[in-house]
Design a protein around this ligand. Sequence first.
Ligand SMILES: [Zn+2]
Length: 251
Amino acid sequence: MNCKNCQVSLKNTDNFCYDCGAKVINERLSFKHAWEEFSTIFLNYDNTFLKTFIHLFTAPHIVIGDYLNGVRKKYLNVVSYVAVAITLAGFQVFILKNFYPETLDISKIQGNEYNPIQMDWLLDYQTFLFFLNIPVSAFLAKVSFFRQKKFNYIEHLAIIAYIVAQFTITSTLLTILSSSLGFNFYIFGNILNVLLIIYTSITYKKLYGINLKETLLSVFVFLIILTVTFIITTSLYAWYLYQSGAFENLI
Ligand SMILES: [Zn+2]
């Protein structure tokens, strides 16, 4: 027989392809088989997903470091992990909208009228926008840790993607919990953002093996870049309002 994956010829007794490593599967796709595939990833005794999730907290430098060094079997790879995170985040939006819509009232923090259409759009695309941010965040990380040369840009992409996925999965679980207790989604989100910066700093500190002082210096550089970007975009927006005449209407 031939490997269905790479066509190399195999012995009938082979369980795995010696060339590409694919598992030899001869039976048709059935519920039992599909369940087995699902459970090897999510529910098996050395639960890959659970192990990745827990170790990304206890030893993020090992999970991410392993991936960057080419180890693949032990933990969920970054693409699969991001896929799980996006799925869970979609599930979160569904739960909040249908069961806890009152926690999505933005007027509680901004004082302006609740605009369901605008907020619906933001909610639906929030995760998508968050993941679109990965390339920007990876660039920010590279600049903030300008004193460390260990990782190239693509490696920063993988690191940030793991961090964003971990944050998304954790915040999904926490947000569903906090919403069921009646906390406002946006206020809770601001608390989570602070935790994200702390988690990112700790992960990079461990990955680089640097001390606290060196880490805080990079966090400081990051916050300066963020502040400057905020001032520039706010000024541009104000300039746009002034130019378009909307500013006078506002006054
Ligand atoms: Zn093969």
